[in-house]
Design a protein around this ligand. Structure first.
Ligand code: NAP
Length: 315
């Protein structure tokens, strides 16, 4: 198999690059990070976003803006992938709320460009979506539950899902949420928490946003398995623990060795985020368990895996 990971410089993309093993080949795209830094396993000025990750050679990293249809075609011409994992997106939920046109351009029109290139090359497509397609009134949700996004970000991801489900390609759509990992420079919840608490800064964390934290290395491995098994349609892929962000933060502080007293519970209303959040969200994974028999790692075990990596990075 020849994989093209579009948005390979992001959190999920980085772990997907690692989940593809020889004899399979993997190529990755980035937008703003330099290819040589990515190939070294390094990253941003902030200190090595991909530290510890195996990385393919610099020539396997290609710069791509998915909004540029001609460039998308050129990248596909160069790689001719059998399989494409589409991770690229504007993922900052509050930024999307304030920039709806830009969000739609990348998250919907960009997806259309990749979809058309997949059709031209008969490449199989796996796409990442989110629990934010739901309103969070009555979660956790099954794959067939009716979506009703509250935010611009959620709406763009749902529009992209619909684009994909309406085409003849039979894509795989993976909905996930609260993805975390050890990845310096990443803005994932655990890395943000560690950065703040290490510096002795207080952190306000919502105690009414419920969801299923998902460990990125697991998500990548399950994605690889779903692709390998030729699965299509929508799959929910999340961790097993249902908890609110505050409880997740407390558990993380306990296991990672930080002072819990710097974590303050706050309601979503008080937090005043720009985009509305689904509160009782979360995703049911019965379909995944039935079709793949794959169990994801729980929060405690994943945090215990992260702890020595964080300590080594701080030393
Ligand atoms: N992380 C989560 O908790 C979560 C939850 C639910 C769903 N998802 C979905 O999973 C996917 C991957 O998420 P992630 O956490 O890995 O995101 P991320 O860390 O924010 O990475 C986003 C990736 O998209 C690239 N990108 C942004 N705009 C682009 C454009 N116009 N053209 C090409 N590439 C572009 C970025 O490139 P550069 O970094 O090089 O600029 C980066 O590689 C997204 O579709 C997201 O909606 C994520």
């Amino acid at each position: 198999m020849k994989f093209l990971v579009v948005g390979a410089s992001g959190q999920i993309g980085r772990f997907l690059m690692k989940a593809v093993r020889p004899p399979d080949q993997v190529f990755g795209t980035f937008l703003s990070l330099p290819a040589d830094a990515l190939a070294r396993g390094g990253g941003t000025q902030s200190g090595g976003r991909g530290q510890g990750l195996a990385a393919p050679a610099p020539e396997n990293w290609l710069r791509l803006n998915i909004v540029d249809a001609a460039r998308v075609r050129a990248v596909f011409e160069r790689v001719r992938p059998s399989h494409v994992a589409l991770c690229a997106a504007l993922t900052h939920v509050d930024f999307c709320q304030e920039h709806p046109e830009q969000a739609a351009k990348v998250n919907v029109e960009g997806v259309r460009n990749v979809l058309e290139a997949c059709a031209a090359h008969a490449s199989k497509l796996a796409f990442f979506s989110t629990e934010y397609v739901f309103d969070g009134i009555n979660g956790p949700y099954e794959e067939n539950d009716a979506p009703r996004p509250l935010s611009v970000y959620g709406q763009t991801k749902l529009d992209a899902e619909r684009l994909l489900l309406d085409c003849a390609l039979a894509p795989l759509i993976i909905r996930t949420t609260v993805v975390y990992s050890f990845l310096p420079g990443s803005k994932n919840f655990i890395m943000q928490l560690a950065d703040r608490l290490r510096q002795g800064q207080f952190m306000n964390v919502a105690n009414d946003q419920y969801s299923h934290p998902t460990y990125a290395p697991n998500l990548a491995a399950v994605t690889r398995s779903l692709i390998g098994a030729g699965k299509t349609g929508i799959y929910h892929v999340v961790g097993p623990d249902y908890m609110n962000r505050y409880d997740f933060a407390l558990k993380a502080a306990e296991i990672l060795g930080f002072d819990k007293s710097f974590i303050r519970p706050i309601s979503t209303t008080e937090l005043g985020q720009k985009a509305p959040r689904p509160l009782r969200a979360g995703l049911k994974t019965d379909k995944l368990a039935r079709d793949l028999g794959h169990a994801l790692t729980g929060v405690e075990a994943a945090l215990r895996e992260i702890r020595p990596q964080l300590s080594a990075n701080a030393a």
